[in-house]
Design a protein around this ligand. Sequence first.
Ligand code: SF4
Ligand code: SF4
Length: 333
Amino acid sequence: MNLSVGLGLTNDCDLKCAHCYRPRGKIYNLTLRDVKRICESLEVGSVGLGTGENGLNPEYFSIIDYLRERRIPVTLASNGLTVQTTPDQILKTFREVEFSVDFPTENEQDAFRGEGNWRRILSGIQRCRKLGMEVSVLAVLMNLNYDKLGELAKFVGALGCNLRVNVFQPAHSRAYMPSYDQYWEAFRILFDRSALISCTEPLVNTFSGLNTLHGSPCGCKSIRITPLKEVLPCVYWPGEKVSLSELIVLKEAIFDLPQFRESRRTPKGCGTCGYVANCRGGCRSRAFLVGDPDGADTFCPLTRGRMERLSFTPAGEKELLRSQSICTTIVRG
Ligand code: SF4
Ligand code: SF4
């Protein structure tokens, strides 16, 4: 199986964003030895570095070297810091770099993420683009910015970047969770102002008529290893965890464990829904996080007696590594 493997090399970070899902408190790091054992246990098709600022892991450069030697394509998600501390010749080895930006203006971004963050990111984007790299901006869809993502897509599109959108997940609190109406309005605005590259957000994929899924990729094509050496079907998975040592023993049989089967289970609340083959109940982590593991996705229109239709313009053929990891939507403004 050609897996999309998410690695959180560290939960350390120089920022303290209010919507962050990383484990708080003590700092944990994956080691080079851990990464070697992961790569020897799974058929790794690609690696996405996320969670904290990966450059703060003490073995960051050795790990990048190792992944390069194994010819594994790697994407890096960063708030700008890791990019700043990575020399050009190493930066160029990443298949894609993603910068975390949630707002289309400097004032809003800095107020939310930290003073000076906007400028650090813009200089990182310019540097990566100069090196001829594929660059995306990664935004979290929240109740604070649901109506601003179209503008953000246009802004970053003009810089030569894609926009990837993950819906906020209530890992620590529900403070930034969009309402039902905000969720659907966000995608209407986004699709109106940009062209669609890919979408694995099951409800959006279903009600835009894309129909290219068999449920979310989490726990079947995509897997995440956290800095605490836990293996999860999805980065937001709140259910029972599997340890890295179990992965080393079980290898790809890990996908048969109850925790992983649970992440693929169609919830009872979806009953005999006609869209189930594509949607399969939507995002399973979200169902657990909102305390309704047997319920349909909280943003499902059908269970509210409603219907949603999204129309989009396809961006044309573009293969991005993060297209197949977690429930995510990528556009070009
Ligand atoms: S930059 Fe990313 S990892 Fe750091 S606090 Fe913000 S959301 Fe969390
Ligand atoms: S009922 Fe379930 S499968 Fe059907 S659209 Fe809603 S979440 Fe998806």
